[in-house]
Design a protein around this ligand. Structure first.
Ligand code: HEM
Length: 406
């Protein structure tokens, strides 16, 4: 791993984090910062960095002092109603506006409703595994962890199966990061994003119009029939729901297999000697799919002895908070039996992840079926590449052995 010292000097984030390209092991840097400078300002990135659980938790819950409102300020925003500007969605609004928006879909993501979806997720998972039948090797990320969440959310939204490849392409373009930092590459990415958002927005606008007044149980129909939502808000809702759960759940699935293989625990989870649900929680803590969130101060405020001014950007390191020794015993150790496990991988406060129950259920179903289907996965952990700004892997080659008893 690159230590913070060798890259840019003590107290500075490793280069990979600075360039937002993610990195495999930021944990030594987190430990050093948590200990020495738990709240500090980085001149280069023009942001405060916050590392301790208590401070991260406080900022996420203090909606009077910190806003989520401009968290996406660098992303493409537009006034075009049909492109569903991301600024009009719940993730970047504060109460009471946030409460109003979340209220439209909250019930559909509660545990009881999610349990009703479970057979559909089981079917999707089974079909994906059937497609892998006969393969002796496959890339876990490309062939399982990426398609599963895309297909599941497309099903829940009620997107026709034949459009799903197109959705994958749009959602990739919307979260793509530049491969180099040249002006031309940044411009290309920006244009691709704008084009994808416009195309996707127009497509959702058509579906919403078609379904208004109908009585289907899909999310697009629910949103189409919502009174008191503008056309732009409706499109924004659809885009947010499609995007928010994709790479995050891909990373949870990948990080679960990566960690189980690394810790040589795959078999214990298969046999039930190790609890599956608790294992998923510990993966969320130990390798959190989202390592950081942003907020902006809307008043002058003191945080752990430092003075934060109105307008300052604050980066909250969930990955560091989730390994804070003040909260977790042996935080650098993966302990599947950890209970309670108070991780904040899904955030906290009013923006606590809407899809948390869905993501947990998907991970549980995926692990159960995958481990029943294959006796061994033999993941190749020799050459792991980090994936984009979130925390996961570019690929995870596995050599699988079919379980002949299943
Ligand atoms: C919010 C993580 C899966 C939809 C969030 C937040 C986090 C998060 C940290 C808080 C953002 C903030 O405070 O600024 C994750 C992780 C996932 C996951 C780690 C998978 C392992 C999903 C899924 C959906 C989803 C499957 C499906 C719809 C949302 C939405 C919000 C959100 C709509 C905004 C909620 C609000 O602002 O009230 N997620 N998420 N997420 N997530 Fe997830």
């Amino acid at each position: 791993m690159q230590s913070s010292d060798s890259v840019v000097g003590v107290g500075q984030p490793p280069a990979a984090i600075q360039s937002h390209s993610g990195q495999l092991s930021p944990f030594e840097w987190y430990a050093e910062m948590r200990e020495k400078t738990p709240v500090c300002f980085d001149d280069q990135r023009e942001t405060w960095d916050v590392f301790r659980f208590e401070d991260v938790n406080r900022v996420l819950r203090d909606h009077d002092a910190f806003t989520a409102n401009r968290a996406f300020k660098d992303d493409t925003s537009s006034n075009d109603e049909d492109t569903g500007s991301i600024l009009q969605t719940m993730i970047t609004t504060d109460p009471p506006e946030h409460t109003r928006l979340r209220g439209f879909v909250d019930e559909r993501f509660q545990p009881g409703t999610i349990r009703e979806y479970q057979p559909r997720v089981e079917n999707v998972t089974k079909r994906l595994l059937d497609d892998l039948e006969g393969n002796e090797a496959f890339d876990f990320v490309d062939e399982f962890a990426i398609p599963l969440p895309v297909i599941v959310i497309a099903e829940l939204l009620g997107i026709p199966a034949e459009r799903r490849d197109q959705f994958k392409a749009w959602s990739d373009a919307l979260v793509a990061r530049p491969e180099e930092t040249t002006q031309a590459e940044l411009q290309r990415i920006q244009q691709e994003r704008q084009r994808a958002q416009q195309e996707m927005g127009r497509y959702f606008a058509t579906l919403l119009a078609e379904r208004q007044g109908s009585d289907g149980d899909d999310l697009i129909t629910l949103i189409a029939n919502a009174e008191d939502l503008s056309r732009g808000e409706k499109v924004g809702f659809c885009i947010l729901l499609l995007l928010a759960g994709n790479i995050t759940t891909t990373n949870l699935l990948t990080n679960a297999i990566w960690t189980l293989e690394e810790q040589e625990m795959t078999n214990a989870v298969r046999t039930g000697d190790v609890d599956r649900e608790q294992t998923v929680e510990e993966v969320l803590r130990y390798r959190s799919p989202i390592q950081s969130l942003k907020r902006i101060a809307i008043k002058d405020v003191e945080l752990n002895g430092r003075s934060i001014q109105t307008g300052d950007v604050v980066t909250l390191w969930l990955g560091a908070a989730n390994r804070d020794p003040a909260i977790f015993d042996s935080p650098e150790t993966f302990r599947s039996e950890r209970k309670p496990n108070r991780h904040i991988a899904f955030g906290t406060g009013v923006h606590f992840c809407l899809g948390a129950h869905l993501a947990r259920m998907e991970a549980d179903v995926a692990l159960k079926q995958l481990l029943a289907r294959f006796d061994r996965l033999d993941a190749d952990l020799s050459d792991l590449e980090p994936l984009n700004s979130l925390y996961g892997l570019e690929s995870l080659p596995c050599e699988v052995h079919r379980n002949t008893l299943s």
